[in-house]
Write a protein that binds this ligand. Structure first.
Ligand code: HEC
Ligand code: HEC
Ligand code: HEC
Ligand code: HEC
Length: 434
């Protein structure tokens, strides 16, 4: 074949390809914009608070969420039965003296009880701010969008009640438009920003943990407006949080016996879990254990029956661990160790409170040293409470839990010694009952 013929053929092919390509591009440009693979069966309004309205499209997620209302099984240290923690461990009555938690402190239960449980607790009264509803209702995302969080937090609890008609629901965790996991609590958004993070850049696996941090965190009410704030500016370890509160000279209440300015920890599951725990470092998320994939016939979905994984260990642990009974046994060993250590810390705290009270009543006590003893009581108790209020009895991060309890016990005993030094006599040491 002559080389000129080859060139003609090649040019011909290029022309045909180019024309074809242009045609294809033009044709594509005239296409309607892409549509979703699966059309929603029914349109769900943005921030729709009523989970039942999401149910037509997502029946399995809804029906499993419903189970959280009636779950009532307890485990050794947790579970869904709202047992009385004060009866279980009477030391708590003294540790929380002068504060609501000494009147009533029940074990937490399933998500669909959140509205009911917060409204009937003895800790709520006339002075309670609306902020207390922040992690209890699927009406919040809508209200925060309408009122702004500052206004929401300023509104008294009793007044806000008429707007709150639902427990936790789909709108707390999902964008109804595309079902993506989202940060709905403005306080979490602000706390992440303060640390230089933007949750919109997080991976899906990260969001399977961060979505729980909308609520399962330590927080406080800032200023007269009771503005919901996470104390994360210095970081999220217990030392970072203690430093933050110390710089602010913040207190939740004053202990009537020791006179110390106290901090009550809320439920720092997120902070404890993310403090270098084995599972967090391995990339495991909250949802892996608490919302494992489940099958119903051909459907495979994340169970929304969020509860103790010990009540669902085959699904919760079995997806990664082949020997489920071994790891469940490990949970028991870890929790027993943490519980035993925690009670030793409580005894040390009670000793500090007793010694400070006696030193304050004695004559000639050094006021400066007594203040130091009080500050040590505060610091010891907030560390202890970080582990006590956290709901896994140490399992989420066993090493960190034991480290913190050791530090707390040490500080409590230092507090007791300071009280002795302040009074100038060991007579202030109280006999220990056990
Ligand atoms: C590796 C599995 C695992 C991961 C990951 C995990 N948890 Fe847990 N969680 C547990 C176990 C086990 C318990 C203890 C349950 C018990 O004692 O009955 C628990 C307990 C809890 C409880 C108390 C349960 C109850 O019955 O009252 C809450 C709340 C909780 N976890 C929230 C979280 C949050 C939020 C995260 C992420 C920040 C998380 N968990 C990550 C396994 C896990
Ligand atoms: C406490 C937070 C939370 C609530 C409340 C919640 N979800 Fe989810 N949902 C999740 C998480 C976490 C996943 C896992 C997402 C992932 O893996 O990307 C999920 C996944 C889903 C998915 C994707 C498919 C699947 O099962 O993994 C759908 C659909 C869904 N949820 C619907 C709902 C509906 C409907 C409601 C209300 C009835 C609801 N969710 C309430 C946290 C929540
Ligand atoms: C909108 C706030 C909110 C979000 C988001 C949220 N929780 Fe909760 N969670 C709560 C509250 C409040 C309770 C306690 C309800 C009660 O006792 O009435 C609770 C209870 C629980 C319990 C104890 C259930 C039982 O039966 O004892 C577990 C476990 C739990 N949450 C895990 C998670 C996990 C995992 C995520 C993220 C996927 C998550 N939660 C997201 C507010 C929230
Ligand atoms: C998504 C995967 C995943 C799930 C789900 C999971 N684990 Fe793990 N687990 C790991 C990984 C990864 C490690 C790190 C050690 C390893 O590589 O085996 C680990 C380690 C452990 C260890 C040893 C901890 C240590 O510090 O040595 C225990 C105990 C454990 N898991 C218990 C559980 C229990 C109980 C559950 C269910 C409630 C569970 N795990 C669910 C992935 C998982």
């Amino acid at each position: 074949m002559k080389s000129s013929t080859t060139i003609y053929i090649l040019v011909g092919i290029i022309v045909i390809l180019t024309v074809g390509l242009i045609g294809l591009l033009l044709y594509n440009n005239n296409q309607p914009s892409p549509i979703r693979g699966i059309l929603p069966i029914s349109e769900i309004a943005p921030m729709e608070p009523d989970s039942e309205k999401w149910a037509t499209n997502y029946p399995n997620q809804y029906s499993t969420l419903l189970k959280t209302e009636t779950n009532d099984e307890r485990t050794a240290y947790a579970g869904s039965n709202p047992f009385d923690k004060l009866e279980e461990d009477p030391r708590l009555v003294t540790l929380f003296a002068g504060y609501g938690f000494s009147k009533e402190y029940n074990e937490d239960r399933g998500h669909l009880n959140s509205q009911n449980d917060v409204e009937r607790t003895a800790r709520v009264g006339e002075a309670t701010p609306g902020t207390c509803y922040s992690c209890k209702s699927s009406d919040n995302p809508r209200l925060w969008a309408e009122m702004g969080m500052a206004e929401y937090d300023k509104t008294p609890f009793m007044e806000l009640a008429s707007e709150i008609n639902h427990s936790i629901g789909c709108a707390n965790c999902h964008d109804s438009e595309n079902m993506q996991l989202i940060v709905t609590n403005p306080a979490l958004d602000e706390a992440l920003q303060a640390q230089g993070f933007n949750w919109r850049d997080f991976t899906r696996q990260e969001m399977r943990t961060v979505v729980c941090a909308n609520c399962h965190v330590e927080y406080y009410f800032k200023g007269d407006g009771k503005y919901l704030t996470f104390p994360w500016e210095d970081g999220t370890t217990i030392e970072d949080i203690a430093t933050y509160y110390a710089e602010l000279q913040f207190k939740d209440w004053e202990h009537p016996q020791s006179g110390a300015p106290m901090i009550k920890m809320q439920h720092p599951e997120y902070e404890l879990f993310t403090a270098n725990s084995t599972h967090y470092n391995a990339g495991v998320a909250c949802a892996d254990c608490h919302m494992p994939y489940t099958r119903d016939g051909a459907a495979k979905f994340s169970t929304h029956d969020v509860k103790s994984p010990l009540l669902n260990s085959e699904n919760a642990c079995g997806q990664c661990h082949t020997d489920v009974s071994y790891v469940v046994d490990r949970v028991s060993t870890i929790q027993n160790q943490v519980s035993e250590t925690m009670i030793a810390t409580e005894d040390a705290l009670l000793a500090a409170i007793g010694a400070i009270e006696a030193a304050a009543a004695a004559s000639g006590t050094d006021a400066g040293l007594l203040e130091e003893a009080r500050w040590l009581h505060r610091e010891a108790q907030l560390r202890w409470d970080f582990i006590a209020a956290e709901n896994s009895m140490g399992f989420h991060n066993p090493e960190e839990a034991l480290r913190i309890l050791a530090a707390a016990t040490n500080m409590a005993r230092q507090s007791e010694l300071k009280a002795v030094q302040a009074a100038g006599t060991p007579d202030v040491i109280q006999p220990e009952t056990n």
